[in-house]
Design a protein around this ligand. Structure first.
Ligand code: SF4
Ligand code: SF4
Length: 416
């Protein structure tokens, strides 16, 4: 996909029938807030055409037919060692490598990482939080890499600290993953050149992986409504993003692959797969043994925040860490259909952002976008807790999500 990050959409820099190689630049944009795209395989450009997109419906994509003799890229944690010293690299070298590699927030946000790590002398970052909390139930891709790529992640973390001149760094891991906590603590002790990194076990709860919740849990500060963490001098980055930074800076590798969790009761062999960005959902389902007979819903992402898809040729993107396949039983009462709001207030009670979901959703449903904004629609983090808890099965977060997309389109922040 040419659109897999927040910011300017990339334009193709290859043509139909071009033969391309792994790591070759295929999409780019000049804008500061953007991230280039590289081919994950050797192959031939079959077409440049509209393709199903998990969020935008349909969007432009470069469709590559992979060469038959492709030797798949392997993960490379063994290329990183405990004697790594981030002072080998100047801050500007780190920034340039991250920008060139096309790295975006891999926890799902998709914000270009180079923009995030650009030091701002007027508002320096004094706290870095590395997010090792899975963003949703069912997803384990970050957990796996925390266990298997520990030194690689720490290398990336130390480079983030170096580029921002900040050595007050927390790695936040949910307390149901004591082996990951132990792996980081042991690895840090063996890395003499990195300093200031603390490993913190945080309560396992949803949505702990949201950056605002994490900041509150760790340093007890609130991000202003509608604001971003740098406004309170904090940067939050996901563990997979840190691993990609290490690869980009130390090995000069662009971001072409990611780990994807395929999970849920509807898949035969759930697991984590190291996959080229752009791999179709159908191919990954096939690798995981195929669907069980009772599979009824395929979601790109997790069950709370993901997008249900109808077209299995939809590709995974740099931010797509999961495919969740649910059975009728797992979907539960949603199939019973929506009934009128009984004003129980449960949606308000569970909202981690202290919003009034029912009022925002009602306004968004009736296209009263200004009213929805007055109720702070843009502060919604799409966690889905309101929908999950609603006894009337009202798709509150769905209406709110649609409302936010419509506002973004009005402001020309998103293609139509
Ligand atoms: S999805 Fe619902 S519960 Fe979650 S932040 Fe938005 S309004 Fe609140
Ligand atoms: S949880 Fe559902 S039924 Fe209860 S107030 Fe909210 S929208 Fe209405």
């Amino acid at each position: 996909m040419l659109s897999q990050h927040i910011g300017a959409i990339c334009k193709p820099v290859v043509n139909k029938r071009d033969h391309i190689t792994t790591g070759q630049l295929i999409g780019n944009a000049e804008a500061f807030v953007s991230a280039p795209i590289y081919s994950p395989v050797n192959g031939t450009v079959k077409d440049i055409a509209l393709q199903s997109h998990p969020v935008l419906g349909r969007a432009e994509a470069i469709i590559i037919e992979s060469d038959e003799d492709n030797s798949p890229k392997q993960p490379c944690p063994d290329k990183f060692s405990a004697d790594f010293d981030p002072r080998r690299f100047l801050p500007e070298q780190i920034f340039d490598a991250v920008r060139k590699a096309g790295i975006v927030g891999m926890g799902g946000a998709g914000f270009p990482t180079s923009v995030k790590i650009k030091a701002n002398p007027n508002s320096p970052i004094n706290t870095i939080i590395i997010n090792g909390c899975e963003c949703e139930p069912f997803i384990t891709c970050d957990y796996r890499i925390m266990l298997e790529w520990t030194v690689q992640i720490l290398t990336g973390v130390s480079l983030i600290g170096r580029v921002l001149n900040c050595d007050n760094i927390y790695i936040a891991i949910e307390d149901n993953k004591p082996d990951a906590v132990a792996a980081f603590k042991q690895a840090i002790q063996k890395m003499p050149s990195i300093s200031g990194i603390k490993v913190v076990a945080v309560k396992t709860k949803y949505p702990q992986g949201d950056e605002r919740q994490l900041i509150k849990s760790i340093i007890n500060k609130n991000v202003p409504t509608g604001g971003i963490p740098p406004m309170i001098n904090v940067l939050v980055a996901n563990v997979a993003t840190a691993a990609a930074i290490a690869e980009a800076v130390v090995l000069d590798n662009p971001l072409t692959h990611r780990v994807v969790t395929i999970s849920g009761g509807g898949i035969k062999n759930p697991g984590n797969f190291y996959a080229p960005v752009g791999t179709s959902v159908s191919y990954l389902i096939e690798l995981a043994g195929g669907l069980n007979n009772d599979a009824v819903k395929i979601i790109l992402g997790g069950p709370m925040m993901g997008f249900a898809i109808a077209d299995l040729s939809t590709p995974i993107t740099k931010t797509g860490g999961a495919i969740t396949i649910l059975t009728e039983k797992e979907i539960g009462p949603a199939k019973r259909g929506q009934t009128p709001c009984i004003r129980c207030g449960r949606c308000i009670e569970v909202c981690p952002m202290n919003l009034n979901p029912t009022k925002i959703a009602h306004a968004a449903k009736h296209n009263l976008l200004e009213t929805a904004e007055e109720y702070y629609m843009s502060a919604c983090i799409d966690c889905g807790c309101c929908t999950y808890t609603c006894p009337a099965n009202i798709e509150l977060s769905g209406f709110i999500k649609t409302g936010k997309i419509l506002v973004a389109r009005q402001k020309k922040l998103m293609p139509k």
